[in-house]
Design a protein around this ligand. Structure first.
Ligand SMILES: [Zn+2]
Length: 283
């Protein structure tokens, strides 16, 4: 049995295919939490999704803007020491997409773009089943593409990044400033900035569509599952911002919320990822 871990900006989920435990991220000792879970449930390996950049060998966390305490951490070594089994780190968006493709029964063939809106804005590009990876280990960081003429400060330290306009952190700040009486899960149903929000997301995704010409555009994450998420507005604006007739006429947007989860996609993807890495080690 393999363990999957999804490290988010606010919550950490640790689980098997049948048991999930959730913890708050701030102040969490991740290796100790995994070791404790494994003492109870067993396991021969652990896959961990990280919301940030890893070194090319996927052993060290280089930069996690939404969890500063993890930046620079040799997390795979620490987890292996604490839990006593092999640990396989990967960018959380790749884990989420692996889980979603599995549960939505979407073939990984061709080019697939994953866009996940949570605390931050994560993305990845899968090419014939393999995540695209550049020289610095970056798959794609759509959240930190600068939007022309925009200047809001981003968690990464730059200004005008897409993430500062479409992420859960932005929505939390907007709620605190303008809609304090509304719960965050209902924010889309009351906010006046819906058109601006949908347009910022569409411009960002259109950039990746023009670069990669994907067969499937998978939109997921907690924000995309919120009540009133402007999916139709987003799709119409994505069409507006992409080239006609192609790729605009063939845009294939799928949301992870289109099918209910039995276990969180990030945990499922981390389990599948660790299983395949462990199988490769053993052959
Ligand atoms: Zn940024």
């Amino acid at each position: 049995m393999t363990i999957g871990v999804d490290v988010g900006g606010t919550h950490i989920r640790i689980g098997t295919r049948t048991h999930i435990k959730e913890f708050d991220t701030p102040g969490a000792d991740i290796p100790a939490l995994i070791a404790e879970f494994m003492r109870e449930h067993g396991g021969d390996a652990v896959g961990v999704g990280i919301p940030g950049t890893l070194d090319r060998d996927c052993r060290v966390v280089l930069n996690t803007p939404n969890i500063p305490a993890l930046s620079g951490c040799k997390l795979a070594d620490e987890i292996e020491r604490a839990a006593g089994v092999p640990c396989f780190l990967e960018n959380d968006t790749i884990m989420l997409m692996t889980g979603d493709l599995n549960r939505l029964e979407i073939s990984p063939d061709g080019v697939i773009l994953g866009v996940y809106i949570g605390t931050g804005l994560g993305s990845c590009v899968l090419i014939d089943g393999a995540p695209y990876c550049g020289v610095n280990g970056f798959g794609s960081e759509l959240g930190h593409i600068p939007l022309y003429g925009k200047s809001r400060k981003c968690g990464c330290g730059n200004f005008g990044c897409a993430e500062a306009y479409v992420s859960g952190s932005y929505l939390q700040a907007l709620r605190a400033e303008k809609y304090p009486a509304t719960s965050i899960v209902d924010l889309f149903t009351v906010m006046d900035e819906l058109d601006e929000y949908a347009d910022a997301l569409a411009v960002t995704v259109a950039t990746a569509v023009q670069l990669f010409d994907p067969r499937v555009i998978l939109i997921g994450g907690g924000v995309a599952a919120m009540r009133g998420f402007p999916l139709d507005k987003f799709k119409a604006l994505l069409y507006t911002h992409t080239m006609k007739p192609l790729p605009a006429e063939t845009l294939n947007v799928v949301t992870s919320a289109s099918r209910p989860e039995t276990i969180p996609a990030g945990v499922l993807g981390a389990i599948i990822h660790a299983e395949s890495k462990l199988a490769a080690l053993r052959t």
